[in-house]
Design a protein around this ligand. Structure first.
Ligand code: PMP
Length: 391
């Protein structure tokens, strides 16, 4: 069909630059190894931090829910699609996060967009870290509030932003808890101190911290012991939790407001029973099996230290997200292809997901990787790194 030649031209340019990315099909379940193109490879690119995608308790909960309640919910939450288990999940999340209330969204992406697009007016300002996730950026694009971007984790620039915006009614400072491409942790105690000094509100997106940081994986607020001092915690049910969805943990007022005003919540059908039941089971697993988080961190330390000892640049990562910085986009994609040949699935991340010149292989180890699998991956990194002149 004619009409989209201009799009094809842009795609051809990506192909010329070596950064066109076809989707890659998994032919197996998501685990420490996966089958791709008929080949079993070690998975280093998923967000399945605790291996919960295949946890027996989640499988069983999902199956039972399908048997009892069927496949879908048939409505948005606000009309006829709220099941008892949706509210049970929200109660479990609020308890888990030590907040008054929580509200589940269809994804972490829509949770951020829902909050940022609905809660501020043109008398307000949103102040955002320059490396915040795309869903925060898109949420900010939809707000009527003024916008001020501060330099990445730069507390002097944040303070200046707070000084510049004193006339605004509400100032909302938003940050990722763990930055998704670099794996560094936001300086949340400093952010909270500044916000208290300047009477601003704080929102943290804990997509990569939930299930990873804090007691039982409660996230950055718990990690830094900042309970009651962060106004909005957004999380995802799609990464460490192992299923799908997002949530906002905050006050009852915020929950009620979002139910009435957050458009992604209002106008999109609720989670199927299997998803909701599996998420509920996942929270139980977080409370009952803290050893999964210990294993995640043991694997993280081993893998990160070993990569550094080999001479790779892993940026300033402090979490299971360990970037291996390559620089050039095409070289990075070649690195990833060579790793695949050696039995390792570790995706290259290039511009525009990361700034030009900072292309990287982004690795995430999980609790379910064995030492042997990690050693095999390190061998492959060493061989490819030497072959391509990265180390
Ligand atoms: N926030 C951050 C920091 C993320 O990394 C992601 C996932 N890429 C999201 C939000 C969106 O979460 P979800 O995949 O549940 O939509």
């Amino acid at each position: 069909m004619k009409g989209f030649e201009y799009l094809q031209e842009e795609l051809n340019q990506l192909k010329d630059q070596g950064v066109f990315r076809p989707l890659i099909d998994l032919e197996s379940e998501q685990s420490s190894t996966v089958t791709i193109k008929g080949k079993k490879v070690i998975q280093l690119s998923s967000n399945n931090y605790l291996g919960l995608t295949t946890h027996p308790k989640l499988r069983e909960a999902a199956l039972k829910a399908v048997e009892k309640y069927g496949a879908g919910t048939g409505s948005v939450r606000t009309i006829a699609g709220t099941f008892t288990m949706h509210e049970e999940l929200e109660e479990a999340l609020a308890n888990f996060k030590h907040t008054e209330a929580a509200l589940v969204f269809q994804s972490g992406f829509t949770a951020n967009v829902g909050v940022l697009s609905s809660m501020l007016t043109d008398q307000d300002v949103v102040i955002s870290d320059e490396l915040n996730h795309a869903s925060i950026i898109d949420g900010i694009r939809l707000t009527k509030a003024k916008r001020r971007i501060y330099k990445h984790c730069d507390m002097n620039d944040l303070e200046q932003a707070l000084q510049e915006t004193q006339s605004c009614r509400v100032r909302l400072v938003v940050t990722d808890g763990v930055f998704s491409m670099d794996g560094n942790i936001a300086p949340l105690p400093d952010i909270v101190d500044l916000c208290e000094k300047y009477d601003a509100l704080v929102m943290v997106d804990d997509a990569h911290a939930s299930g990873v940081l804090g007691k039982n994986g409660r996230g950055t607020v718990d990690h830094f012991n900042l309970h009651g001092r962060v106004h909005i915690q957004v999380g995802t049910l799609s990464k460490a939790i192992g299923v799908l969805g997002g949530y906002v943990a905050s006050t009852q007022t915020v929950r009620d407001y979002l139910i009435h005003r957050a458009r992604p919540f209002l106008f999109s059908t609720s989670h199927p029973p299997a998803v909701t039941a599996a998420c509920l089971a996942a929270i139980e697993v977080l409370l009952e099996e803290p050893e999964l988080i210990d294993r995640l961190w043991d694997n993280t330390k081993f893998f990160k230290n070993s990569l550094q000892q080999l001479g790779f640049d892993t940026g300033n990562s402090e979490t299971p997200i360990t970037p291996v910085i390559i620089g050039d986009g095409a070289k990075c994609m070649r690195f990833s292809d060579e790793l695949f040949e050696a039995g390792i699935f570790a995706q290259g991340i290039v511009y525009p997901t990361v700034p030009k010149g900072s292309a990287r292989i982004r690795t995430i180890v999980t609790a379910s990787h064995s030492k042997r699998e990690l050693e095999q991956a390190l061998d492959a990194f060493e061989k490819v790194g030497k072959k391509l002149g990265v180390i």
